[in-house]
Design a protein around this ligand. Structure first.
Ligand SMILES: Nc1nc2c(ncn2[C@@H]2O[C@H](COP(=O)(O)OP(=O)(O)OP(=O)(O)O)[C@@H](O)[C@H]2O)c(=O)[nH]1
Ligand SMILES: [Mg+2]
Ligand SMILES: [Zn+2]
Length: 344
């Protein structure tokens, strides 16, 4: 008879459900006939395999026929049979980060049950306000708290310029400078980490995500994440990480590493965009016309804010562009009302 534990050198050792991030929110989803099943947190998702963590340790799940592993995300909670390790079902997610891959019709979950999304950018040519806004929309939409991490400050002339630009992207947004290779980074990020909490790292290739994972995991980490070099002449990273994975943080909590994304297309993110551009969406009710597009109408409160310098005209342009892209990418709901109103 084999027990529920399979040793995976790349996965951490046993932990309590609470320390794995289990909450009443998940417990309440258990049906009476599911009392004997064990909760497992998904740690890696492969084409035909799912690995996870249970109270007993690392688990390789047995998958029922016709399981589509693409329906699962790192960070998901599932119920499984304790002896056969047979996957029973996935529990509803508290938060989910989803993107639509180029050319795909369906959203793909990037990570689930993430409390804080660390959006990582280096202080060089990678820094791009429009790209950061896309990540912010993704976090807002999925229910994760976004924090901007500025890396490679040691190679930038004036970090404050980047910090100011990042902080202006969303009201109340935290912006933190970290050096991913230095142990002090773990202390800097401690306010968002801790027992039972989950953070995820997203951003372009080469900005230092995996380096930061290794620093947060500390010297006890079983298998370090591979980190890459960078082509310094154009500041573009190579893609070193190729899959998403869950790692234990030395001081408690979990961090999800993701591969660098070249482009992030927004779709189904109307609410996330409205939160991101709240200074614009909050002005709209003051416009003379209820269906004001804030482009050319008289009595437009948004245009008035641009005119007197309260609102950056570039920001208005980026808002419009993101909203248009979101509308084009979001399938219209069935029914007579046609295209979904995405907040304009
Ligand atoms: N000078 C300096 N180098 C850094 C800093 N952060 C990361 N690096 C280096 O940048 C390179 C790329 O780091 P990775 O951690 O592999 O980047 P990544 O974001 O995981 O990249 P992908 O896996 O391709 O998405 C490594 O050589 C790091 O040591 C920093 O703050 N300063
Ligand atoms: Mg990486
Ligand atoms: Zn208007």
């Amino acid at each position: 008879m084999c027990g529920p534990v399979i040793d995976h050198p790349d996965l951490p050792s046993p932990a309590s459900l609470t320390s794995l991030g289990w909450l009443d929110f998940f417990e309440e989803q258990r049906e009476p006939d599911e009392a004997d099943l064990v909760p497992v947190r998904i740690a890696t998702v492969h084409r035909s395999r799912l690995t996870g963590l249970s109270e007993a340790g690392s688990v390789e799940l047995t998958l029922p026929a016709h399981t589509n592993t693409a329906d699962f995300a790192v960070g998901d909670w599932v119920l499984a049979h304790p002896r056969t390790r047979m996957l029973h079902r996935r529990l509803s997610r508290r938060t989910v980060l989803e993107r639509r891959p180029e050319g795909s019709r369906t959203l793909q979950p990037v990570a689930a049950n993430v409390d804080t999304l660390f959006i990582v950018t280096s202080c060089n040519a990678d820094f791009n306000q429009a790209r950061l806004e896309r990540y912010l929309a993704l976090a807002n939409q999925g229910g994760a708290n976004p924090v901007i991490l500025l890396t490679k400050a040691d190679m930038a002339a004036d970090v404050d310029v980047y910090r100011r630009q990042a902080a202006a992207l969303q009201r109340g947004l935290d912006v933190v400078t970290v050096h991913p290779r230095l142990p002090v980074a773990a202390r800097t990020l401690a306010p968002w980490c801790g027992v039972g909490r989950t953070v995820a790292l997203v951003g372009s290739s080469g900005v230092g995500k995996s380096t930061l994972v290794n620093t947060l995991a500390g010297p006890g980490q079983a298998l370090a994440q591979e980190t890459g070099g960078i082509r310094e002449h154009d500041a573009k990273g190579r893609h070193t990480t190729t899959a998403r994975s869950l790692h234990a943080i030395a001081g408690g909590g979990w961090v999800i590493d993701t591969p660098g994304m070249r482009t992030l297309h927004v779709s189904d993110a109307g609410d996330g965009i409205a939160t991101l551009f709240s200074e614009i969406t909050e002005l709209a009710p003051s416009c003379r016309f209820r269906d004001c597009t804030h482009a050319h109408e008289p009595g437009c409160a948004v245009q008035a804010a641009v005119a007197d310098g309260r609102l950056d005209s570039e920001r208005l342009i980026r808002w419009r562009k993101l909203l248009d892209e979101n509308r084009d990418n979001t399938p219209a709901p069935a029914g007579p009302r046609g295209r979904r109103n995405v907040g304009r």
